[in-house]
Design a protein around this ligand. Structure first.
Ligand SMILES: Cc1ncc(COP(=O)(O)O)c(C=O)c1O
Length: 370
């Protein structure tokens, strides 16, 4: 048996008619740039997320750059961001001339450690980028309380957080809709994945919304009149059409992921040394990624290769040890939890179309290895 880490083919084959019709519709109309499907998709996303506004952009990475720019994470401003995350969560600040202030992680839940973040706030701190990693959001009550007490803005990196929820002031709210602004990635592997690059930004603030819409088209709201030095970052109409097909069944897709996660958790219980991240009481998880933390991780990865099982390692090197961030002056040992987790973590196949016998095969392989 071979089990891919990710495949779009099973989904495409199951719903080929719908996807083909969506793409052909765009080609038939020829409205390729910010066509009707983009506005419809933005409206549907805002409804699903419970946010006032949504703006489609070219990718999650672009969404972070636009967000960081609009929120002023530049010119020496300090911004708290985790060391254990995807590169773009931090590079967005660095590329604009802001100073990423790296924060260690919580070993149990894999999100940013708010206690460590609190210790790093200075007079220059302007914002915080909580990243909702893998399966559950950063504790947003704590983030919002810290932001309020220190006059920080919050840019939520919900690239991986589609559908996750956080309990804030007694209300369940979707990840990415709680801070000033939230961003999502529709990279193909994501919980809501496009068939190419795509991203989105959500906000309740009318002023930020207007700016974001303008920033994605070179800082212009009226053609050839430029109020800002913006970007060229539009959500592609073809991707919006594909995403609308998938958005219709996003709840079912999330439920299928949860069922696979429960299956893994049940079958992997009791393996000596193997740990499964815990879910907090104030979080409703979405299994974008199913991770385990294990001794001899690289040995297990080799066994997976022999057995035809796909896997991924998110993330093998925390950002404080990346060459491009050497100027921040960190060294090995500065973020002990992130360094430990990066050596133990491994992600197992997780997508709605995964089959129960594939989960069994993966779990049997892990059990036999240990
Ligand atoms: C946490 C996080 N932030 C940002 C991104 C960037 O998104 P994209 O790949 O759409 O540029 C990703 C996805 O790859 C991510 O996982």
């Amino acid at each position: 048996m071979t089990v891919p880490f990710y495949t779009s083919i099973r989904e495409y084959e199951a719903r080929k008619g719908e996807f083909d019709a969506a793409v052909q519709g765009v080609m038939g109309r020829g409205d390729f740039i910010l066509g009707g499907e983009v506005a419809e998709f933005e409206r549907e996303c805002a409804d699903y997320l419970g946010s006032k506004y949504a703006v489609g952009v070219a990718s999650g990475s672009d969404a972070l750059i636009l967000g960081a720019d609009v929120l002023g994470y530049k010119d020496g401003a300090e911004v708290l961001t985790p060391t254990f995350t995807f590169f773009a969560s931090t590079s967005c600040v660095a590329r604009l001339g802001g100073k990423p202030v790296l924060v260690d992680m919580d070993e149990e839940t894999l999100n940013m450690c708010l206690e460590d973040a609190g210790k790093k706030i200075t007079k220059k701190t302007k914002g915080i980028i909580p990243v909702h990693l893998f399966l559950q959001p950063t504790p947003m009550q704590g983030v919002m309380d810290m932001a309020k007490a220190n006059s920080l803005s919050v840019l939520e990196d919900a690239a991986e957080g589609w559908g996750m929820e956080s309990l804030v002031d007694g209300t369940w709210r979707k990840a990415g809709t709680i801070g000033a602004m939230g961003i999502y990635s529709f990279f193909p592997t994501k919980t809501l994945g496009a068939y190419g690059d795509a991203g989105l930004m959500a906000t309740d603030d009318e002023g930020l919304y207007a700016k974001l819409k303008s920033y994605r088209v070179h800082g212009s709201s009226i053609k050839y009149q430029h109020d800002y030095i913006g970007y060229n970052s539009r959500l592609d109409t073809m991707q919006a059409a594909i995403l609308r097909v998938k958005l219709k069944t996003t709840k079912e897709a999330i439920a299928a992921r949860a069922a696979h996660a429960a299956h893994y958790t049940q079958r992997l219980a009791g393996i000596p040394g193997l740990r499964i991240p815990g879910v907090r009481q104030d979080a409703k998880p979405v299994y974008y990624v199913y991770n385990i933390l294990v001794p001899n991780r690289d040995g297990l990865a080799e066994r997976f290769k022999d057995k035809g099982i796909g896997y991924s390692i998110y993330y093998p090197k925390p950002l404080h040890l990346q060459k491009c961030f050497a100027y921040l002056g960190h060294k090995e040992g500065d973020f002990p939890v992130a360094e430990k987790v990066s050596k133990e973590i491994i992600a197992l196949p997780m997508y709605p179309e995964l089959k129960a016998d594939e989960v069994e095969y993966i779990c049997d392989t892990i059990k036999a290895f240990y």
